[in-house]
Design a protein around this ligand. Structure first.
Ligand code: PMP
Length: 403
């Protein structure tokens, strides 16, 4: 298997098996170079300066927007809003769309596999508008059945917030089916693509999704740059989320005329370097191709799951088929707390995540309290996975069990 670690300064200079990629990815040289390049060559406040350097900074920022548009296959770059992260993108929709469009008697549908970032904003929207929060429950393997989907989506479903790929289970949800049915009933859908954007090609037009959110940092871009895609018609009708500089046409003592899309939703100084480096991250992914990424991730996930399945007392959460994991392998070891597992693995040079993964309602639904998650990226290698599974093999004995 070809090693991509050479492209990643942190991995190339370290012996760590980094398996917490779903929390945040590592950054390739190309991304670090782009971030530095922005500050070294183009640094001025984007969208403001009328001098050449200011225009160069604006140019970087708008070129990045166009790259994201192409990445998502959106029709217009004005439908791409830069935010800080998925959480901010979802809050933007909750405050600007949901608060202005939902009312008592409406239902707001949320998938039970939602990250807290795709649940708390909807709890707020339901509380403020009087709409009812309704859950789409998954099976124990994490799947949403056709029956469950058809039962819960009705003429009262005015909004649905669905996760494309859960950060706990890793399976791709049938978002197209859900979108079709919600639309048929006159509702609007947001898809949380935080965990899908790094692993699968996304086509917002083919999906016919109304809003879609993802974070740059899970896609190898810097922290602090995120994206919200929204259909132009919906975004046009929504009031701004945050107000202040850069999002206005004109201001009087009493009022303001807001800027056109997308600037209406980008108040204050924007993250020019982050956007420029996000462009580099997308170009890096494009240069490899999703097929390559998926092939490597599947091979490594298969290796990890096959080895884990051989270990007594280890239970893998969700589907037992590596094809349905997108690199996310969540597991429990009977009798051992995930915090102990993570710290034993840390001692073996393996970085994993332990806890509730910001998805407490899902874990409760699945009947587990806390778990350990290894999340694999294409730049991991067989040696990382081997070190991980060998370390898991020794955990029960280390904790004083006979086997
Ligand atoms: N949704 C999902 C599915 C996630 O995995 C995460 C990050 N763990 C988020 C939302 C929130 O992302 P961020 O913290 O970058 O806003």
């Amino acid at each position: 298997m070809k090693s991509y670690k050479e492209d990643f300064p942190l991995l190339r200079n370290s012996s760590i098996a980094y398996l917490d990629n779903a929390a945040t990815a590592q950054r390739p040289e190309a991304v670090l170079k782009a971030e530095r390049e922005f500050y070294e060559k183009y640094n001025a406040n984007p969208l403001r300066g009328l001098y050449q350097l200011g225009m160069d900074a604006t140019d970087c920022y708008e070129k990045a927007r166009e790259t994201v548009r192409d990445f998502l296959h959106a029709k217009k770059s004005s439908e791409i809003i830069f935010t800080r992260n998925t959480t901010e993108s979802i809050n933007l929709v909750a405050y600007s769309y949901a608060l202005n469009n939902l009312k008592e008697g409406d239902e707001l549908l949320v998938g039970i596999d939602s990250h807290h970032s795709n649940l708390l904003p909807w709890q707020m929207a339901a509380r403020v508008t009087g709409a009812k929060l309704v859950f789409l429950d998954c099976e124990m393997d994490g799947s949403y059945t056709k029956e469950a989907i058809e039962k819960v989506i009705t003429g009262r479903t005015k909004f649905a917030a669905i996760t494309h790929v859960s950060n706990v289970i890793g399976r791709v949800n049938p978002v197209e089916d859900i979108i079709r049915l919600v639309h048929k009933n006159g509702g609007v859908v947001l898809v949380d693509a935080a965990q899908s954007a790094p692993h699968l090609p996304i086509d917002v037009c083919a999906m016919d999704v109304d809003f879609l959110a993802f974070s740059g940092h899970k896609l190898m871009a810097p922290m602090g740059i995120g994206v919200l895609y929204g259909k132009e018609k919906l975004l046009d009708e929504m009031p701004p989320f945050l107000t202040g500089g850069e999002m206005i046409e004109s201001v009087t003592r009493e009022s303001a005329v807001f800027a056109e899309l997308p600037h209406k939703f980008e108040a204050g100084t924007v993250n020019g370097a982050g956007a420029w480096a996000l462009k580099a991250a997308i170009e890096y992914i494009n240069s490899l191709g999703f097929a390559t990424l998926q092939e490597r991730e599947l091979a490594l996930t298969t290796q990890a799951m096959e080895e884990l399945k051989k270990i007594p007392y280890v239970n893998i959460i969700g589907s037992q088929d590596p094809k349905e994991h997108n690199g996310i392998v969540n597991f429990t070891v009977e009798g051992v707390h995930p915090h102990d597992i993570a710290s034993i693995l840390d001692g073996a040079g393996v970085d994993v995540r332990a806890g509730h993964h910001c998805a407490q309602p899902l874990l409760k639904h699945l009947g587990v309290f806390v778990t350990t998650r290894a999340s694999i990226a294409f730049y991991n290698d067989e040696e990382d996975i081997h070190r991980f599974t060998e370390a898991v093999k020794g955990i029960r004995r280390m904790m004083g069990y006979a086997e």
